[in-house]
Design a binder for this molecule. Structure first.
Ligand code: HEC
Length: 133
């Protein structure tokens, strides 16, 4: 009984814990042309709630409601400075192409503007000043 409870507790904490340990893959690099692409919705904050909806529909199973990354999926904690310090263009490119070898699917099937909308939403996640080591 106690063992079962411990296992359950481990599973629960594994699935809700933030993926603080996450480090971006140095080999997953956006080309220069993608890095500086501006978000066409940058001056349209009213598009953010739609970005949140898209995020909840497509991303939470791995990144969690708050974007902190489900540890057992090895998914990125999207609040980490290592992620937030990247340009809109890089995040857009990464969402578009994915990194299938490491578990991030490509979302090129979503229209461009929806992907930019998601980037807009990602910028509203709480920014962690600590967490990465
Ligand atoms: C099936 C699980 C899964 C789904 C669904 C998923 N991701 Fe990911 N995501 C990952 C994993 C795993 C990584 C880390 C990849 C790596 O290690 O390089 C990642 C990485 C990322 C990164 C890059 C972080 C970095 O290293 O710079 C971004 C941005 C991202 N995801 C956004 C999204 C968004 C937005 C969605 C929804 C449209 C989404 N992901 C859906 C698993 C997922």
């Amino acid at each position: 009984m106690r063992a079962a409870f411990t296992v359950l507790l481990c599973l629960v904490s594994m699935s809700i814990a933030q993926n603080y340990e996450y480090k971006p893959d140095p080999n997953w690099r956006a080309p220069d042309s993608a890095v500086s692409r501006p978000n066409p919705l940058a001056s349209r904050p009213e598009a953010t709630p739609g970005g949140k909806k898209l995020f909840l529909r497509n991303c939470v199973e791995c990144h969690g409601q708050e974007g902190t990354g489900v540890v057992k999926k090895h998914a990125a904690d999207l609040q980490l400075p290592a992620v937030q310090q990247q340009t809109d263009g890089i995040l857009f490119w990464k969402i578009t192409n994915g990194n299938p070898d490491r578990g991030m699917p490509s979302f090129s099937k979503l229209p461009d503007l929806q992907r930019w909308q998601i980037v807009l939403f990602l910028r509203t996640l709480p920014f962690q000043s600590s967490g990465s080591k």
